[in-house]
Write a protein that binds this ligand. Structure first.
Ligand SMILES: C[S@@+](CC[C@H](N)C(=O)[O-])C[C@H]1O[C@@H](n2cnc3c(N)ncnc32)[C@H](O)[C@@H]1O
Length: 403
């Protein structure tokens, strides 16, 4: 998933054929030793190698694009941090064996020993200085747990840079299993995630039904909104074995980055679950990893054909309602940006559904001269979407009946 996301990320950055360079810093904050043996005894590469291979693949794909004439220089600095000295020693050997010795010698790849949170302020400044104009940097924060990336670190990233992205793992099931009325304050002090949990939520005698879901939704809201990121996706990964589900949070300042990540989830539907509704308001059904009473996993939305179909059905029903709520209409781009944090759908899925409701004459598209446009394939950013008045009464009464 990380590899595909990174390839798509680079391809999106160099979409213009005249572009001849991309400059970016990638921080792998919990990089590990670079190579593992899986249960079948097969070698599996760790995130630093995945990142470097994704850069190679993206270069080949960019140069293979038919409209590209210029060579492109990927000026990427990879900063790998790990608290474990022997993991870094192992990583250095793995990278050397795989042909990256020169990049290590030129400091295009740097290995940094220590805790990520301690190094983070300096790393953020380095990334900012390398790309002061574009403000681009990617932080891959694969912590093994839930308390190694304080909220203040995320805030520093999103307040210092223009276009940072963070991919953060958060072992939400382990955290909730571990929390107790005695230790939750220590979690708050360490992470800065304050106020999401109360002692009453955790006390077996007082906690109500749905306590797990309540904690998760409050934690999620705190981490995403207080990180300072403008866009986020809360997808869940349910490993076949292990300590339960974890969040794979993607945080960014740009809707397009969020859209590329959502597309990656649709591509990798066999690994991802997202416990939420399929349409625009994906949180309306809640998103706890386990239903409390019997501990059964909540029904999942699996980014497969079935999910795609139910998303389409939900979007067709919800889009007219959302646009009807704006009496003067809403520009297409604003509509997408307003909705995108709250839907598993991608921009193209939403656009396709809008075109369907335009075709059904529930919505009309207004051009910049104020006249109705007969759009069939692509809606422009500044096209205004407006609910058709003659549709209002019938549709709204139908909606009321359903509600
Ligand atoms: C889940 S593993 C990372 C795996 C790696 N991303 C990969 O794909 O191979 C977590 C790593 O974080 C390191 N670690 C644990 N706490 C840390 C901290 N506070 N700061 C930096 N590294 C830490 C561990 O030594 C371990 O190598």
């Amino acid at each position: 998933m990380l590899r595909d996301y990174l390839v798509d990320y680079f391809l999106t950055l160099v979409a213009r054929p005249e572009q001849d360079q991309i400059k970016i810093t990638i921080v792998d904050g919990f990089c590990g030793g670079g190579l593992y043996l899986n249960e079948d005894g097969k070698e599996v590469v760790g995130s630093p190698v995945v990142i470097l291979e994704a850069i190679k693949e993206a270069k080949v794909r960019v140069m293979g694009a038919t409209n590209r004439r210029k060579d492109i220089h990927f000026d990427v600095q990879l900063l790998c941090v790990d608290a474990n000295k022997s993991a870094l020693q192992h990583l250095r050997q793995v990278l050397t064996d795989r042909g990256y010795a020169d990049q290590l010698a030129r400091s295009e790849i740097e290995l940094v020993e220590g805790e990520f949170a301690n190094h983070a302020p300096a790393l953020v400044q380095r990334a900012r200085k390398r790309s002061p104009k574009s403000g681009r940097a990617l932080f891959i924060l694969d912590q093994y747990g839930y308390d190694q990336v304080p909220l203040q670190t995320l805030q520093a990233i999103f307040s210092t840079m223009k276009r940072p992205e963070v991919i953060l793992t958060f072992y939400v099931d382990s955290l909730i299993n571990y929390l107790s009325p005695d230790n939750w304050k220590a979690f708050e002090r360490k992470t800065g995630v304050v106020g999401a949990i109360t002692a009453a939520d955790l006390d077996k005698a007082t906690r109500g039904p749905g306590w797990r879901r309540k904690i998760q939704s409050a934690l999620y809201e705190q981490i995403t909104t207080k990180s300072g990121a403008s866009f986020f996706t809360p997808f869940f990964v349910r490993p076949q074995k292990g300590h339960g589900d974890y969040w794979l949070l993607h945080l960014s300042h740009h809707w397009k980055a969020r859209d590329v990540m959502a597309q990656t989830h649709w591509t990798h539907h066999n690994h991802f679950v997202q416990y939420a509704g399929p349409g625009l308001d994906m949180f309306s059904t809640g998103y706890a990893t386990k239903i409390d009473d019997d501990g059964r996993p909540q029904a999942a939305f699996e980014f497969d054909d079935l999910a795609s179909q139910s998303s389409k059905t939900a979007l067709l029903e919800q889009i007219p309602r959302a646009i009807a709520a704006c009496p003067d209409g809403v520009p297409f781009r604003k509509f997408i940006v307003d909705q995108i944090n709250w839907t598993p759908a991608t921009e193209s899925m939403i656009e396709e559904a809008i075109l369907d409701v335009v075709h059904d004459q529930q919505i009309e598209v207004i051009g910049d001269n104020g006249s109705v446009r007969h759009v069939r394939t692509a809606i422009q950013d500044d096209h205004v979407l407006r609910f058709r008045r003659q549709f209002s009464l019938g549709l709204l009464s139908k909606m009321t009946a359903v509600e």
